[in-house]
Design a protein around this ligand. Sequence first.
Ligand code: CTP
Length: 215
Amino acid sequence: MFKRIIICSGPTVEPIDPVRFISNRSSGKSGLQLVNEAVKRGIPEIIFITGPTCFEASNPAYSVIRVETALEMREHLLRYSDDADVIIMAAAVSDYRPANYSKEKIKKDRETLTLNLVKNPDILFELGQGKKPGRILVGYAAETHDILENAREKFTRKNLDLLVLNEVSAENPAFHVDKNQVYFVTAGGFQKLEMMKKSTLASRVWDEIEKLAHE
Ligand code: CTP
């Protein structure tokens, strides 16, 4: 059904100096499960673009591109995205990066230190802007409040076909866990899924993508 798909996963890491960086708590587990599920479904060309994670992802059934920063992720994604039937942005892209990289390690010779940050490009938004007819674009979101309103706004603004929405709470921490409770946001509305293993969820995400492709 699909010829080429791209999955972006993991955190991005934005360097401050040779020994320090800004990043986030993404483990990359959800993205890896999506890749494994795509392999099971026999998709011929699977491109997996991943920020640094502790998984040794490698398999002849897919190509792995390892990146560090949001700008690198964007560059590789745009290089391969033209012919992609499905693009899933499960990556936790750092919204900001240090404005200036210090080639030398910053020494602690001051009492306070201010880091200037600049905004990274919103890769998913850019993909939504140039979306080809027939392509399925999937985003992920983590929200703590007004979750359905925020998710609907994100779904529309980024021109998505599916948004997988995590409600981040004490019961559903979302990061570094094996289970997840999410909502699917589509043009048709919201669907609340039960708490399930990330591997089962990956299969449900692919079922939903196949359903959307048939519509
Ligand atoms: N995303 C992206 N590029 C960015 C930031 C986010 O491609 N610079 C993608 C993520 O991979 C995810 C989706 O956008 O699929 C939602 O990201 P999120 O950070 O939740 O939403 P934002 O639009 O950045 O809004 P906010 O952080 O204000 O909630």
